[in-house]
Unconditional design. Sequence first.
Length: 214
Amino acid sequence: MTFKALAPEKIEEIQASRKLGQTIEAIAGEQGISVGVVSKYARGIPRPRSAAGAAVAHRERRKTLASANTVTPRPIGKVAVDEATARAVNEADRAEADTRKARAELAYQAAMDEIEDRKSQRRKTFELEAKRQDAEIKETETRAKLVTHPSPELQMQLEQARAATARLERELAEQKHDQRMDELQRGFQGEIDVLSRQMAGIGQTGKGSYDLMS
């Protein structure tokens, strides 16, 4: 299934709702589109985490940012340095540390959002599977009653149960497809990130990975 391109205003609504803390499912229900489409356009936008994992996430975040907050002194040598130069060097060190800290925070938030999205996708698939099984059981029970006690009312209930089972099967198939497409997209994004880092290295050194190993 190919994602249909959304209008720019609808994309802005999705992203604005995500920034306000709405879940992927809530936005999908509100906009009348699939969870996979919402996840595609809301990726990377920070949102509040659940209270259940706040304490653990906070501890992990402090560990992640600990190294970023550390400023490694730059050796200036044995030459005497005036106060203005020393102050400039220290300011440059602090600016570099702030940059590392900001990058670490962005990477941490992106990782937390990705984990939350994956959990949401798995939870939605599990819920749909459970509903489909319940519908199949109800359909089987109604069919058995119709055999022993045929009536127009039971026949109508059987038709309704069949329709519910078919609808849930379609929703489950679409959810599994969206989940698979989302996983593939994450994989492609990972490969793009690797290539981007390699290109950045070539831009700085003028050499590729094989050149540096030789």
